[in-house]
Design a protein around this ligand. Structure first.
Ligand code: APR
Ligand code: PHB
Length: 389
């Protein structure tokens, strides 16, 4: 087979790129190693920056998002019983959109199917060949049958455990990583959200987050030891611990119920440089991971897609390589800012096993500065709603 852009990975990055290219008549094929249902079964975050929302509109995939999402003009931050609001609209001039990543991925699959987009599922042994030439190609197999795709460019949208990053010679990669000594125990419950905006809570007992998917579906997280097992946490134990960590006024109105999903996610910051090697371009989790505290994972994947999509357009529409030649530098510049914000917010709101009394005092003083300083709140708001592309 032959295509213009071969995309490895049928997650939100790969699908968004394929759909955007389609709107400009640029052909692509998506290779996904799992099934569609498996990809849609993964529970992920749900806060979208304005840039992401704009890309979904440009891709023609915003109808359900616009109809079913929540627009949040602010968020709550608390420490103990002290709770204050970060006013995104006033301080950064933009809201955020609350719409689950699963729904985003579902809408993108629907759009690709509507357009007869080429997606191969259950692919195995994907190998990228000749990425450093003007005629790269992929080999892979489906149900044991060998396949080959010739292309102009390869987009590695295959996540952290994918083949794309590994294709870049190790001695040419610089990798940066920070592993946090705790995880997030997350639950999904068919209960009304405790608050109409998210609540990010720091407490003596650790972090907690109150989020939502819709009026009847809530998402809650508490910081937990990495070696905890979700099965060890009964629903009652989860709700009791959550109540201890959020402000009393929220705990008093919290509606609890059966947890329909319960899982633990590690927290990690990771970046690989460069994000381009010849005609292979890394996007999203294939190149960088953020702790979920700042809700930057999907949004930073989207800014990668913005830069690559516009670079490829420039190439196919005007024959210019300027955009794709600048891709790695442009994408990484924004990635590092998202990494910094996610690291800052994670460091502020979590309890570290080895932290000293002095460290705790620093966290409390920083939260107090955030509570009382409009300048500090503006800095947080600008980062949270999404820095310009
Ligand atoms: N061949 C084909 N597909 C692969 C391969 C491979 N060798 N390796 C991985 N994949 C697929 C995975 O099955 C997955 O569906 O690539 C996809 C990568 O999707 P994601 O991990 O969701 O990564 P991305 O699309 O970049 O989305 C980033 O996902 O993890 C969240 O927080 C993250 O929100 C961010 C978003
Ligand atoms: C979520 O809704 O799952 C969510 C929201 C905000 C975050 C992380 C996760 O920072």
């Amino acid at each position: 087979m032959k295509t213009q852009v071969a995309i490895i990975g049928g997650g939100p990055s790969g699908l968004l790129l394929s759909q955007l290219l389609y709107t400009k008549g640029i052909d692509s094929i998506v290779l996904e190693r799992k099934t569609k249902d498996y990809v849609l079964g993964r529970i992920r975050a749900g806060v979208l920056e304005r840039g992401f929302v704009q890309l979904m509109r440009e891709a023609g995939v915003s109808e359900r998002m616009d109809a079913e999402s929540f627009i949040h003009d602010g968020t709550q931050v608390s420490f103990g019983d002290t709770m204050f609001r970060i006013d995104f609209a006033k301080l950064a001039g933009h809201p955020v959109t609350v719409y689950g990543q699963t729904e985003v991925t579902r809408d993108l699959y629907h759009a690709r199917e509507q357009a007869n987009g080429k997606i191969e599922f259950n692919v195995e042994d994907v190998v990228i060949h000749d990425a450093k030439t003007s005629a790269p190609y992929l080999t892979y197999s489906v149900e044991g049958e060998a396949r080959r795709i010739a292309c102009d460019f390869v987009a590695g949208c295959d996540g952290f455990h994918g083949v794309s990053r590994q294709t870049i010679p190790k001695d040419l990669r610089r990798e940066y990583e920070k592993v946090y000594p705790f995880g997030w125990l997350g639950v999904l419950s068919e209960t009304p959200p405790v608050n109409h905006e998210l609540i990010y809570s720091g407490s003596e007992r650790g972090f907690a987050l109150c989020s939502m998917r819709n009026e009847k579906l809530s998402r809650y997280y508490i910081q937990c030891p990495l070696d905890d097992n979700p099965e060890d946490w009964s629903d009652a134990a989860f709700w009791a611990e959550l109540k201890r960590r959020i402000p009393k006024e929220a705990a008093d109105k919290l509606v609890t119920g059966p947890c329909i999903e319960k899982s633990i996610a590690p927290l990690r910051s990771f970046v690989t440089e460069p994000m381009r090697w010849g005609n292979l371009f890394l996007c999203g989790d294939a190149a960088h991971i953020v702790p979920p505290t700042g809700a930057k994972g999907l949004n930073t994947a989207a800014s990668d897609i913005h830069y690559l999509y516009n670079g490829l357009r420039e190439f196919y529409e005007h024959g210019s390589k300027a955009g794709i030649d600048a891709y790695s530098e442009k994408a990484l510049a924004r990635v590092w800012k998202a990494e910094r914000f996610s690291w800052w917010f994670s460091s502020l709101m979590h309890r570290f096993p080895d932290q000293t009394e002095f460290d705790l005092k620093m966290q409390i003083a920083e939260i107090e500065f955030l509570r009382t300083s409009e300048t500090a709140q503006r800095a947080m708001a600008e980062n949270y709603v999404g820095l310009p592309y």
